[in-house]
Design a protein around this ligand. Structure first.
Ligand code: AMP
Ligand code: GLY
Length: 421
């Protein structure tokens, strides 16, 4: 098969690494890719949010399956255009991607499908939301649209919430404001590979969103992850499939949307069970980097079956043990990441470890930083402690001026070193 993968981050490097291992793959083209991916596949510069450009590339390369990494091409209708042109695509249409693009739409689907989530109210006007917030007291205030991680405020008082309503209301994403019940408990990510109707779950994983150790400092795209996050036990994972994924797919189908791609549920494990905080329409980054290391089967037939609406498997074999991924970030990330610093990579990567590139580029023969999250240092181990130690050793060995990373990825796991897998 000829595969086309869209994207150029750490998630896509990990996907390319996994896809490349399949005996079914004759060629793998990645657009735009990155220098890490270029060691595995042909990278093609392309404006991947331009549906016509993506269709033209897929035609020129006689592509059998397109895998879409990030949300931007999905929201831009790249999935729709490819399917209309007759291609198999792993990634939902724009109508399905709305579940990530609009929190109000996601809540409406959850309400209609009876999916366990926080109680909420919607407002088309920031002033009305602010007034109501005073009555709620402690409450979560959310802007409806994509706001680059700046659209959610967990307010501890009604006054703080009212201020947040006015601030978020001033953002382009804040034309609609949500007030939501404050939930408590550890957060985790559960991703399902969906064929519109059926689905197969990846292992639960946990991201670390704050920039500094101990969950301090501003939010980021994600500073590291581990899998399996098995404080969600097998029964609870199955419950998430039954109470969250299945009814959401059914509700979307009722509205004419056959969701073929990743349904990512950001969950909080509350004292009364798992509750959905948000949905994404794509794989998580950096969760994917560790999930690909844990996956013990060929991913290509699974993605192709999802794209064609003919998924047979419900369980994806996992390796025993744990995988940990530590994100190495550029100086100044997340506020104002510095770019152009020369990166020193170790001459060889130890067994059970992988380096996945994200914000890197080549200037001549020198690898330099070109984004906030630069590299994910990943490792597998028989125990979470072993995986953490290996990933930390690898992270230490990759250097540039001002690089920083968290030392506590996986350290606060609510349940440690139970048998993984
Ligand atoms: P979201 O973009 O909706 O996932 O929200 C971003 C972050 O805000 C989440 O990762 C949580 O840490 C926090 N959050 C969102 N919704 C709630 C809630 N209902 N209760 C408590 N914290 C929340
Ligand atoms: N790691 C969080 C996300 O991909 O949205």
């Amino acid at each position: 098969m000829n595969l086309l993968l869209l994207g150029g981050g750490g998630r896509e490097h990990a996907l390319a690494w996994k896809l490349r291992q399949s005996p079914l793959v004759a060629s793998l083209v990645v657009a735009p890719g990155n220098p890490g991916i270029a060691a595995l596949a042909e990278c093609v510069p392309l404006e991947i949010t331009n549906p016509l450009a993506v269709v033209a590339l897929a035609r020129a390369r006689q592509i059998d399956l397109v895998v879409v990494g990030p949300e931007a091409p999905l929201v831009a209708g790249v999935g729709d255009a490819l399917r209309q042109a007759g291609f198999d695509v792993f990634g939902p249409d724009a109508a399905g991607a709305r579940i990530e693009g609009s929190k109000a739409f996601a809540k409406e689907i959850m309400r209609a499908a009876n999916v366990p989530t926080a109680r909420f109210e919607l407002f088309g006007d920031a002033e009305a939301a602010a007034k109501r917030a005073l009555a709620w007291g402690p409450v979560v205030v959310k802007a409806d649209g994509l706001a680059a991680g700046k659209g959610v405020v967990v307010a501890t008082s009604g006054e703080e919430a009212a201020r947040a309503c006015r601030e978020l209301g001033a953002l382009p994403a804040g034309q609609t404001i949500l007030l939501e019940e404050v939930l408590t408990g550890p957060e985790l990510s559960v991703m399902a590979l969906c064929d519109g109707e059926r689905f197969a779950m990846l292992a639960p994983s946990q991201d670390h969103k704050r920039v500094f150790d101990g969950d301090r400092g501003p939010n980021t795209g994600g500073m590291g992850a581990y899998a399996p996050a098995n404080f969600l036990d097998a029964g609870q994972l199955e419950q998430v499939g039954r109470e969250v994924i299945a009814p959401t797919l059914a509700e979307l189908r009722k509205r004419g949307c056959s969701f073929r791609g990743v349904l990512y549920a950001g969950l909080m494990l509350t004292p009364s069970g798992p509750r959905v905080l948000e949905f994404n329409a794509r794989l998580g980054d950096p969760e994917t980097q560790v999930l690909m290391m844990q996956l013990d089967c060929d991913l290509v037939p699974v993605l192709r079956a999802c794209a064609r609406g003919e998924l047979q498997v419900t369980v994806l074999p996992q390796r025993q043990g744990f995988s940990v991924g530590i994100v190495l970030a550029a100086e100044g990330y997340p506020e104002s990441p510095k770019t152009g610093d020369a990166i020193d990579l170790p001459a060889s990567v130890p067994a059970q470890a992988q380096v996945f590139h994200a914000g890197t580029k080549r200037t001549g023969t020198q690898l330099v930083t070109s984004g906030g999250r630069v590299i994910t240092a990943c490792a597998h181990g028989a125990t979470l402690a072993e995986a953490r130690a290996r990933a930390a050793t690898l992270a230490e060995s990759i250097t540039w001026r001002g690089r920083h990373f968290r030392k506590d990825i996986g350290a606060g796991a609510p349940s440690l070193d139970l048998a993984g897998g």
